[in-house]
Design a protein around this ligand. Structure first.
Ligand SMILES: *Cc1c(COP(=O)(O)O)cnc(C)c1O
Length: 397
């Protein structure tokens, strides 16, 4: 490679910059959104109710409450868990900040556990090591769509009487030994943010098996009011509402549910496409000095949300950050999921966490690169990603 410097020519022209995690949007949801606009009912109404019941059916029949983000879903679940100030919730050191922020907003204390280096998921042994008399819940994240070791986590939860709140932001399609992600614990929290496997723009969902929790979450998601707008302003005449709790403005709009209803129907088709892209990457990169994602575990379903490679400079000759720049120079968008939580100044200052205390999450956070994996990618797009990664790695290694 070094002689022809082909690496200096971008694989794609800048006007065709490949956006990382672009959503796959089709005509059905475009028409449904337009129909919502024409109907004049934009806020929470019949389409939200339908999206909730469709999502509940997809997950096997638990209560589903639509909200405006997974962050809101996590916050409301943690509130419904009745945590008291000082109660501890154990989560992973390798996650998006909102997982940890939701714990803080619920007045509980976040406690981090390191991850398993292969699966990148929270390590049950580390969870057990962090349990104290104040621990009340475990908040695992099914990282990249790969299920956590739910046998081990549920055993620990049972032994110590802990609640389990699953962060399923990557895990709409994830299954573990016949069970669906979000149904193992007390609450499952999903995201329909634009980069996720199915999208509503902004949006989230809580799954729970107890009617009482579902009712409380529904009320807290809309100011703590006893009736939503659809019930207040419907054709049966005005009805008073009463404020029964100090809630939040976390409700999903019909405009968002209009997208979600159609995206949800397409979940399997999009999943198969991402699985095929994943396989193409696996095959193309086997001989490169990169660490590729672990093989999906038998008896599980991986949601194929993120394809993450580890760039170890001692193997590749290029640092992770220079690799990110090199991909961008080829006009291919990339992501980082994630710098470990203790890398961020706020958490260092507030909790005294240091990256070195979570060495597995630290190393992954400093070496990881997420490649485009959207179902929207054409075969040509996938070839471009493969070509760019190959050129960069062969040039430097
Ligand atoms: C995206 C994400 C969230 C937050 O989802 P929003 O819907 O954007 O609030 C939470 N946890 C993880 C692991 C995520 O990837």
């Amino acid at each position: 490679m070094k002689e022809d410097r082909k690496d200096l020519q971008p694989v794609r022209p800048s006007e065709r910059f490949l956006v990382f995690a672009a959503p796959a949007i089709e005509d059905a949801e475009i028409e449904e959104v337009v129909a919502s606009l024409k109907s004049g009912w934009l806020g929470s109404g019949p389409k939200v109710a339908r999206f909730e019941s469709d999502f509940s059916a997809y997950k096997g029949g638990l209560y589903a409450i639509a909200v405006n983000s997974c962050t809101a879903a996590l916050h409301l679940s943690l509130l419904a868990a009745n945590l008291q100030p000082g109660d501890e919730v154990i989560t992973t050191a390798l996650t998006f900040c909102s997982t940890v922020n939701a714990i803080i907003h619920s007045d509980a204390t976040p406690v981090l556990a390191d991850v398993e280096p292969e699966t990148m998921n929270i390590d049950p042994a580390q969870v057990e090591a962090k349990i104290t008399s104040k621990t009340k819940a475990i908040l695992p994240v099914h990282f990249a769509g790969r299920p956590c070791n739910m046998d081990a986590l549920c055993t620990i939860a049972e032994r110590y009487g802990l609640m389990v709140i699953e962060d399923c932001a990557h895990a709409i399609e994830t299954e573990y030994k016949g069970g669906k992600a979000g149904t193992f614990g007390d609450f499952g929290c999903f995201s329909f943010y634009v980069t996720k496997n199915i999208i509503t723009g902004e949006g989230g969902m809580v799954l729970t098996r107890r009617a009482e929790d579902a009712g409380r979450i529904k009320t807290l998601a809309l100011h703590g009011m006893s009736r939503d707008a659809w019930q207040r302003f419907g054709d049966e005449g005005y009805k008073h509402y009463y404020v029964v709790g100090c809630g939040f403005k976390y409700n999903m709009m019909d405009l968002q549910a209009a997208i979600g209803i159609h995206q949800l129907k397409r979940t399997d088709r999009l999943w198969h496409r991402r699985k095929a892209i994943w396989k193409s990457y696996d095959e193309a990169f086997t001989d490169l000095p990169l660490k590729l994602p672990a093989e999906p575990e038998p008896q599980t379903r991986h949601a194929y949300h993120l394809y993450t490679i580890l760039v170890d400079e001692t193997q590749t000759g290029i640092s992770r950050d220079d690799f990110l720049s090199a991909m961008t120079a080829h006009n291919i968008g990339v992501g980082v999921h994630y710098l470990s939580i203790p890398e961020h100044p706020y958490y260092q200052k507030s909790f005294g966490w240091k990256p070195d205390d979570f060495p597995k999450a630290k190393r992954i956070g400093r070496q990881t690169v997420s490649l485009p994996l959207s179902a929207k990618l054409s075969d040509e797009d996938v070839d471009d990603v493969i070509e760019a990664v190959g050129r960069i790695i062969k040039y430097y290694s």
